[in-house]
Design a protein around this ligand. Structure first.
Ligand SMILES: [Zn+2]
Ligand SMILES: [Zn+2]
Length: 361
């Protein structure tokens, strides 16, 4: 089968998000019962994966926080990804302080999306010498207007969008008669209002060091490899690999939800995951969801393989976009729906595509 350009694939998929009810994990909201009440100190659960290596698994909030990875070295702490807001990264920092009083010396951003980078500023505030590392392309995306759901200009986009979200929540509260649901909506409203306030004072803090190819950090007591494996969830994804501990942190190139493809490259994604799979690891800290075994790489990649094949077949059969939207999700459901619907959010049948934009070529 001929290789399609990214534009062809996305156009045929309509994009895939629409065809198969893929969701945008970056705009999850509104119905988070118990977790909506979570105090800031409990935003993350620190799960020990190896000696001095933790997955910071994010609890659900009105504005999604990504998972982090926390790596202790003899000189200080290295944190992977910084969530959707400085108050969230400060909350994780206070949990880290219970493990060690050493400073955070390096922050690594897996990609440019807002829910992985908007907390960078809080680490710069705790340590003016902190090094913030990402791929060169991620830095370009953070500083180029219209790159997608993250970066300097996207803060303004969100500030403009939030008042309407807040009005909708207020209207929903008025309409809701169930006391428990009303309480959740009120919690969401409170979170939405404080998120808007944080956005207004946000200082987007850019990488201070960039990489373009796979690079090894020789930290005191720890080897950390930064792998540039190709395009996947974005055109600047970075994979953080600890060869001794056999752990990898993937950002959203691999998650335990449905993949978010709006800024992605579905065909490249397959090859990038195949390259990732060649590394010797046993545990994955994904961008969202629980710590996963290596076998999830093959499962997650299988979804792209099957999705692209199904869209190409439907396209060859002259199916309309509307037909694809109803049929392909059903067609792949037996293989993927249960495993991609484990959480209250990010499910196979969810459909949220805010801030949608035209695919780039
Ligand atoms: Zn994310
Ligand atoms: Zn992302």
């Amino acid at each position: 089968m001929a290789t399609w350009t990214r534009r062809q694939v996305l156009a045929q998929m309509g994009l895939a998000a629409a065809a198969v009810h893929a969701l945008d994990p970056h705009e999850l909201c509104c119905t988070m019962a118990a977790h909506a009440q979570t105090a800031d100190k409990d935003l993350f659960e620190l799960k020990k994966i190896g000696d001095g290596v933790y997955g910071a698994i994010a609890h659900q909030r009105y504005k999604t926080n990504c998972n982090g990875a926390v790596i202790l070295t003899d000189d200080g702490v290295i944190v992977v990804d910084t969530h959707s807001k400085p108050s969230a990264s400060r909350a994780l920092y206070s949990q880290i302080q219970e493990l060690t009083k050493k400073p955070v010396i390096k922050v690594i951003n897996t990609h440019f999306h807002f829910d992985h980078t908007q907390g960078n500023e809080s680490y710069a505030a705790t340590n003016s010498k902190v090094e913030i590392i990402a791929t060169e392309q991620t830095k370009v995306n953070l500083t180029t207007p219209g790159s997608g759901v993250g970066g300097v200009s996207f803060v303004e986009t969100q500030i403009k969008a939030m008042p309407a979200e807040i009005d909708k929540l207020k209207a929903d509260i008025q309409k809701e008669s169930d006391p428990a649901k009303k309480k959740n909506l009120e919690s969401s409203l409170q979170q939405a209002e404080s998120y808007l306030q944080e956005l207004k004072s946000m200082k987007v803090t850019l990488p201070t060091r960039t990489v373009t190819t796979t690079t090894t950090l020789k930290e005191n007591g720890r080897e950390i490899q930064l792998h540039v494996l190709g395009r996947a969830h974005t055109n600047g994804d970075l994979f953080i690999y600890l060869p001794k501990e056999k752990v990898v942190a993937t950002g959203d190139a691999l998650i335990d939800w449905m993949p978010f493809m709006n800024d992605g490259y579905p065909e490249d994604w397959i090859n990038t995951l195949t390259a990732l799979e060649k590394l010797d690891f046993t545990s994955i800290v994904p961008g969202h969801g629980e710590v996963l075994p290596k076998s999830h790489v093959a499962f997650f990649r299988g979804y792209f393989v099957d999705l692209i094949a199904a869209v190409k077949k439907a396209s060859a059969d002259k199916a309309t976009l509307a037909e694809m939207q109803t049929k392909i999700g059903d067609q792949l459901a037996s293989r993927y729906e249960a495993a991609m619907s484990k959480y209250a959010v990010g499910r196979y049948r969810d459909l949220r595509i805010p801030w949608r934009r035209q695919p780039r070529s």
